[in-house]
Design a protein around this ligand. Structure first.
Ligand code: 13P
Ligand code: SF4
Length: 310
């Protein structure tokens, strides 16, 4: 349709016209990362969304992330370039089934990973991200039983790190659960000097080979700070774009999934394109909306997270 030749220029002009800010996750296409005003992990993106004075937030990420921005900014227009950009982890925790699960464990405090819908957030006491999950769980009194949802892998990792027992919802991320332990071992043998850096959404057989485990931002910082020259990167391959910029002289090796692809991309994240970003800004749609009661209920655990991660 009416797509300009110079998409970068056209998006920059719309940014000024709308007083818009583009927030992008590291799993977006490299072009989108390059035009973003702020790039970060889920915690950084939430903090940025909480602080921005822009009138319009264009969220280059998935639906739960844009929803989180709307929860924090009821009076701003929040745009998501493709409303179908969902998340297998968020989808693995349907509200009715989760309400049943909560009823079975009435004395439990509910800590939910930010990768969940606004309805699940509204049923939670505290939200966390991969960057602050351990720190938040450590702040809960030892005798308080905890439900952790929806990611069982992050949940198990937090249990190990904190020494706390938690009741886990059995959800997982389709991108991080398909890394192959066998192929990772082969890669380690080919590159014995490399450090393995992994996201905590990976399965335990993969995580046990990791030298460092952290959020996307933490992985990026780690390869900058480590004296090592080679890294096997076990997360969505979009992060490699920023890693290459940050450590151009180091060797970055994407860990392969069990399928025949060389690297692992999130099909949801990759639904966003520069064209869709441009069209969303030009037509100010698709917009994120939600019932006000859900938003208000979901805001409370988000605010607790922001307070507890300082
Ligand atoms: P972080 O960037 O917060 O580590 O999250 C990773 C992820 O899977 C987002 O969907
Ligand atoms: Fe969801 Fe996994 Fe994609 Fe992140 S990478 S948006 S957790 S499916």
């Amino acid at each position: 349709a009416d797509i300009p030749q110079d998409l970068f220029g056209a998006i920059e002009a719309l940014k000024k016209e709308l007083n818009a800010v583009i927030l992008a996750h590291y799993y977006q296409d490299p072009d989108i990362q390059d035009i973003a005003d702020y790039l970060g992990d889920s915690l950084g993106l939430s903090q940025q969304a909480a602080e921005t004075d822009a009138d319009v937030i264009v969220f280059a990420g998935v639906h739960f992330m844009a929803e989180t921005a709307k929860i924090l900014n009821p009076h701003k227009l929040v745009l998501l370039p493709d409303l179908d950009a969902g998340c297998s982890l968020a989808d693995s925790c349907p509200p009715e089934a989760f309400a049943d699960f909560k009823r079975q464990h009435p004395d439990h405090l509910v800590i939910s990973y930010i990768n969940c819908t606004a309805e699940i957030k509204a049923m939670s006491d505290i939200i966390c991200t991969s960057a602050n999950a351990v720190k938040i769980v450590q702040q809960i009194p030892a005798d308080q039983p905890i439900i952790f949802a929806p990611d069982k892998n992050l949940g198990r990792y937090v249990m190990e790190q904190s020494g706390r027992d938690m009741r886990l919802w059995e959800g997982s991320c389709m991108v991080h659960e398909i890394f192959s332990e066998r192929k990772l071992i082969d890669l380690k043998m080919q590159h014995p000097a490399a450090e393995v850096i992994a996201h905590p959404e990976c399965e335990p057989p993969v995580l046990r080979h990791a030298d460092f485990i952290g959020s996307t931002t933490a992985l990026l910082k780690y390869c900058q700070q480590s004296p090592k020259q080679q890294f096997i990167v076990v997360t969505e391959s979009g992060i490699l774009h920023q890693m290459k910029k940050a450590v151009p002289d180091k060797e970055l090796i994407p860990a392969p999934p069990t399928s025949n692809c060389a690297c692992n991309e999130c099909p949801h994240m990759r639904l966003n394109t520069m064209e869709k970003l441009y069209l969303a800004m030009k037509h100010q749609t698709p917009e994120i909306t939600m019932p006000e009661a859900t938003r208000v209920a979901a805001l409370k655990p988000m605010q607790r997270m922001l307070e507890m991660s300082i």
